[in-house]
Design a binder for this molecule. Structure first.
Ligand code: ADP
Ligand code: MG
Length: 252
């Protein structure tokens, strides 16, 4: 049952922290298989918007829909917990700072959620881990602890961990910002591969070249607004808004 037409739909999203409004009436649709980049200065609300999609930062007002189901439904507490956990199984998130479990091996990091949340057997979980780690080129590190991985390897492990839940949607919040420059490319390549496989992705990034080469659409945010959005060749080469131009002068 659905009364939405879009795969991801954000309707009139507002978010307040106390008196400060950090998201100001944002509406956004993403279609299945689309790859959307969100760019904009620090503090413009990019992370808050991304986190609102799986209700990690609940909106003050507005609705988020994923594949025909409202994510931020008003429900009694226990029903809501069940509902949101189910929704979050469909949404993979990758953060700037990896957030791997340091006391677990790469394999255990990848198998933990599917075992815990989907109750799959050890054998199936191991197969899944091997498959996902091969996909991100990390199979040879399967029994390492995160402390023995490079930043790029840690991030690829975090991506494999998210993919192991077979998400419908992947959210990336500055996944390469904490990496040394020479490690950025190996992570970008994994994201490009996902793009070629038509994974639906929303990617917050400072890397304009990457956004231009991988994304179908670019959204420029400033001070809680979506100032401008469009295909990368328009937003990057021929932006309409002065604020977008000023930002791009600094970042291109
Ligand atoms: P971006 O990711 O674009 O840098 P954020 O979404 O992290 O921006 O933050 C948007 C604004 O919301 C910033 O002004 C930030 O200080 C504020 N903010 C974010 N999280 C909180 C919080 N938990 N409490 C209060 N203010 C917050
Ligand atoms: Mg942020």
């Amino acid at each position: 049952m659905s009364d939405t037409q879009h795969f991801v739909e954000i309707r009139h999203a507002r978010k307040n922290y106390g008196y400060i409004e950090v998201l100001k009436d944002i509406s956004l649709n993403v279609e299945r298989g689309q790859i959307v980049a969100i760019i904009g200065p620090s503090g413009s609300g990019k992370s808050t918007l991304l986190r609102a999609i799986n209700d990690l930062d609940p909106l003050t007002e507005g609705e988020v829909w994923l594949d025909g189901v409202q994510v931020n439904k008003k429900l009694p507490h226990r029903q809501y917990e069940k509902h949101i956990n189910q929704m979050r199984e469909h949404v993979g998130m990758v953060f700037q700072h990896f957030n791997l479990f340091p006391h677990l091996t790469v394999r255990e990091n990848v198998t933990m959620a599917p075992k815990l949340l989907k109750g799959i057997s050890n054998e199936d979980a191991n197969k899944l881990a091997e498959e996902q780690l091969a996909h991100v080129g990390l199979l040879d590190r399967i029994d390492y602890y995160p402390s023995r991985l490079s930043g790029g390897q840690k991030q690829r492990c975090a991506i494999a961990r998210a993919l192991a839940m077979k998400p419908k949607l992947m959210l990336f919040d500055e996944a390469t910002s904490a990496l040394d420059p020479e490690l950025v490319e190996e992570v970008n390549l994994v994201m490009k591969k996902l793009a070629e496989e038509h994974m639906t992705m929303i990617i917050v990034t400072h890397e304009m070249d990457f956004a231009a080469s991988v994304c179908d659409r670019v959204l420029f945010m400033d001070q809680g607004y979506v100032v401008e959005e469009g295909p990368p060749e328009v937003v990057f080469k021929n932006p309409k808004e002065e604020r977008t131009r000023a930002f791009l002068r600094k970042h291109l």
